[in-house]
Design a protein. Sequence first.
Length: 193
Amino acid sequence: MGEIGTFIRGKRFVRTDIVDNGVPCIHYGDMYTHYGLYADKTPGFINDDVAKKMRYANKNDVVIVAAGENKDDLGNALAWLGDEPAAVHDACFIFKSEMYPNFVSHVCRSLKYHKQIRMYANEAKICSVSGTDLAKVIIPVPEYELQVKIASILDRFETLVNDLTTGLPAEIAAVKEQYEYYRNKLLTFKQIA
């Protein structure tokens, strides 16, 4: 990843720095509980005094978690799609590249990627991975248009699998339509005169 982009470590802020209004911020803890693959809004903000000291993810950057309770928590990513820059916690890295951010976010959920992250993880009270080691991780780099297409397909699967309000009713409707079609075909008899 170091050959296709750069890693910038976020800056330290604590939960008590988070307020209801101000500058958007991405806390590493929210990477596990609040965010999915992409985001354009944050659940919390920091005030202007804290914001002056921060490093920011800009639109289309990818934020990668570099600290967690175990090796499996490391490496999850969030494509930042917000128009406003977001301050990033120091337990995360900002990955800046020309890659399609949604594609990178999907790649950072893959087994092959996480196997590499676990290999580089440092285990202590809190597990972590360095920016130097993240740069060693190998990911696929297809042409940009193909990255967009792959991410789009994976987004549809993500919706079907994880969004019961959208995916399940759509699947039920499709099966119901098939059922009605075949029922009507099977129960249509020619009249004998």
